[in-house]
Design a protein around this ligand. Structure first.
Ligand code: C5P
Length: 404
């Protein structure tokens, strides 16, 4: 299935109706579409399906109560409400719709829905007479007017042997409806109103029509950073070297190949507020790529290489339209802190993020990494963690530095 919800954090709130069993399938479909899913259930929902079933499918603990101390300690309900990029209520029963319309906060699900500022989608499911009752229709209209997306219900046979509008939309329809609506602007997010340009991946410098000089950068860190910045409300342009990674939701992507093309695309994206140079840009490129395939003849072959433009230094040196924050990366095999601080100064950066490459379980091709960020009068070490988590922590630091 296409990763149409790649990287999105979806909080699924399950209401107490027989259609709760279909919400299990919805979790599976959301994850197939690339989303991370956490599930919260009402007390009624637990009469139909067990929390364990959702836990098995979501890969995350299922939340069932506001008063669960252990769960609250791991991730408080307000934190969970903030974690979500979208909140989906499925099935949304008549009672749950009434309580959402009324702004109740007397259990976990209603509190989460009230506390989040993420867009809310409700997927009603109930007996058709309950659906058609003016009380329910008024509640749904109230929610619509508040900008809540309503998906379904569909018409057809209902649980009690009757037929009419009230069936929960099929999980694939719900996923399609979520994918079809872009994440709306959220002024409360810390990067709202800021343009962020991120470079990611390697560059390929062509030697001839079939060969190139490249490097082992996977692009994963830069893509995770672009994703994190978009989820914090930034307008993100991702300039990507040759990688096979899905484009994060809400990110404008420009694919390039060489250092020269990357430079052009980065400058074309300006003016911007923040530049994060996570790409592993080639330092040298052939002076003149051969027009035809280079033939093997002599025992050795020398390459005539010239320096590429240092995109990061050029960005940092801009005096007109100086960016608010310019962040570079440094992959080092030794003396990480020394070289990183040297680059911070030499390239006149606001921050440099350094990591040690060439070690087991970190660096270029790995999914996780350990790194340290340096700025002129401080530093912060990030413990080894998946790149997606590191990217989130790094964006939080960037937000802090912006406000410093
Ligand atoms: O000096 P070094 O190449 O180690 O610096 C790495 C940082 O500089 C990275 O942030 C990388 O994106 C950036 N860079 C650049 N243009 C180059 C070389 C590196 O923007 N030609």
């Amino acid at each position: 299935m296409a990763q149409i919800l790649a990287g999105q954090h979806i909080l699924l709130c399950v209401g107490g109706g027989i259609a709760a069993y279909k919400a299990l399938e919805l979790v599976r479909r959301l994850r197939e579409a690339g989303a991370q899913v956490q599930v919260a259930m009402t007390a009624g929902a637990q009469q139909f399906v067990t929390p364990l079933s959702f836990q098995a499918l979501s890969g995350q603990p299922t939340r069932t109560s506001l008063w669960d101390h252990a769960a609250e300690q791991a991730m408080g309900h307000l934190e969970l409400a903030r974690w979500a990029d979208r909140v989906v209520v499925a099935p949304a029963t008549a009672d749950l719709l009434a309580r959402l319309a009324g702004g109740h906060a007397d259990d976990l699900v209603s509190t989460l829905c009230l506390a989040t500022d993420a867009p809310l989608t409700v997927c009603p499911a109930m007996n058709h007479r309950m659906w058609l009752n003016p009380a329910t229709q008024t509640n749904v209209e109230t929610l619509r007017q508040r900008g809540v997306q309503v998906v379904g219900p569909e018409d057809g046979p209902l649980a009690e042997g009757e037929s009419g509008p009230g069936r929960l939309s099929e999980p694939e329809h719900i996923v399609a409806a979520l994918a079809g609506t872009a994440l709306p602007a959220r002024p409360s997010l810390p990067l709202h109103g800021l343009k962020v340009v991120v470079s990611a991946g390697p560059t390929y410098e062509d030697l001839d029509p079939v060969r190139y000089l490249g490097n082992r950068s996977s692009g994963k860190m830069g893509f995770a950073i672009a994703d994190g910045a978009a989820r914090r409300g930034g307008e993100v342009v991702l300039v990507a070297g040759p990688v096979h990674l899905p484009t994060p939701a809400g990110v404008a992507r420009v694919d390039v190949r060489s250092a020269a093309q990357m430079r052009e695309a980065v400058f074309a994206a300006f003016p911007a507020d923040i530049y994060i140079g996570a790409a592993a840009v080639a330092d040298y490129t052939p002076r003149q790529p051969a027009a035809n395939k280079i033939k093997k003849s002599s025992e050795s072959l020398g390459l005539d290489l010239v320096r590429t433009p240092d995109i990061l230094s050029e960005v940092a040196a801009r005096t007109e339209g100086r960016l608010k924050l310019v962040v570079g990366f440094a992959a080092e095999t030794e003396n990480v802190a020394g070289y990183a601080r040297g680059k911070l100064q030499a390239k006149r950066l606001d921050m440099i993020v350094a990591n040690r490459v060439g070690i087991e379980g970190g660096g270029f091709e790995s999914d996780s990494n350990a790194m340290t960020a340096y700025w002129p009068d401080g530093e912060r070490a990030f413990a080894s963690a998946p790149k997606t988590q590191l990217a989130d922590e790094l964006i939080d630091l960037i937000v802090e530095r912006l406000q410093a």
